[in-house]
Design a protein around this ligand. Sequence first.
Ligand SMILES: Cc1cc2nc3c(=O)[nH]c(=O)nc-3n(C[C@H](O)[C@H](O)[C@H](O)COP(=O)(O)OP(=O)(O)OC[C@H]3O[C@@H](n4cnc5c(N)ncnc54)[C@H](O)[C@@H]3O)c2cc1C
Length: 380
Amino acid sequence: MSGIVIIGGGIQGLSIAFNLARLGAGNIRVLDAGYFQGGASGRNGTLIRGGFGSPEWTSLFAHSNRLWADLSATLGENVMFTPRGYLIIAQSPAMMARLEGMVSLHRAHGLDAVLLTPAEVKALEPAIAAAGILGAIHLRDGGVAPHHAAMKAYLAASRRLGVTVEYGRPVTAIEQVGGLICAVMTGDERIACETLVIAAGAYSVDVGALAGIEVPGFPMRIEAMALEPVRPILRSAIALPDRLCYLHQTARGEIVGGAEVAERPQVTLRSDIAALAATARAYAEVFPCLASLRILRQWAGMLHATQDWGPLIGRHPDLANLWLSAGWSYGFAGAPAAGDLLARAILRDDLDARLKPFAVDRFRRGAPVREGSIVLAPVE
Ligand SMILES: Cc1cc2nc3c(=O)[nH]c(=O)nc-3n(C[C@H](O)[C@H](O)[C@H](O)COP(=O)(O)OP(=O)(O)OC[C@H]3O[C@@H](n4cnc5c(N)ncnc54)[C@H](O)[C@@H]3O)c2cc1C
């Protein structure tokens, strides 16, 4: 019996698989080329927020933030989500004006958002150097969840519902008949499918090419680093969009985050000195007490970047049984909503309004989504 094949066992593929199974779909197979957590889903900063600069991003991510709050109960596994709050801090008048415009948007989407004065930011985060801080949005329901906990939870919950998830199983060919996908090849095995989902992260462009389709965007490296564990210093998850920097303190006490540097499209898991130096500089300026801490480790992960940094979610316009959940730059935070809404779209042919702006063909139609609060560097 042919069923649903999902290419990619990162958090997107697992969330889609779990939600499909929860809605009653059977015979779901997730095939991943690498090892469990080997993709971006095991390498990210783990920050979660519902509020962004645009209504499109906010409506999708606010839904996701709410799902994160109940995710441990939904999955029957502890994802360790802690709603410690998420601060988006302005260091320029332009960013402050943007944040002032965003707070009502966030509240209209049910988020617990307030504007903070510089003194209130300092009271919340005493380690911050107040000079140059103009204010912040405090998303009190944002937070963090360690990726190992979230990934293990999605994997266990999916398997419990009968999903077959296999790592070390690269998809090397995709077959079509009469404008429909009919099978994929992995190793010597041909797997027939009625529905195919591409959730292959940075490799979604290459996987799309196997199906003869052009997936917009390109692979891009993002780097992060961890400082040695120390007593509690930071309460919130923190983004500094003016410095293209984000950070938080883990339950173990490590300071984890990064500052983005301009990148060219490339595939590499090597980390380098430019990102390390930019991160160290941003930390030392904004949180001077971090300057004396030792760097424990630095690492890189691969994203699938799109022209507007937004995800590509939905049915492919030319192949009726091919779906995508790709192009994610905030795909850890967005995974619960993407899985929930895409599974409903696939099984019930019911495309939720929150997914429509992120349609796979939006660049072809000249309809990118403009989002002004993300912490990503321009592409070289
Ligand atoms: C340093 C860093 C920091 C980040 N910080 C955050 C953050 O704080 N918050 C946030 O929301 N997001 C963050 N992100 C982004 C987030 O990690 C990604 O958007 C998200 O993990 C994407 O999930 P995914 O499942 O689409 O991709 P992945 O986790 O990369 O999974 C894709 C999978 O597809 C598999 N695959 C590829 N080709 C094939 C093939 N031919 N056949 C079978 N399988 C294949 C790969 O092996 C891989 O496991 C960060 C990313 C990085 C790198």
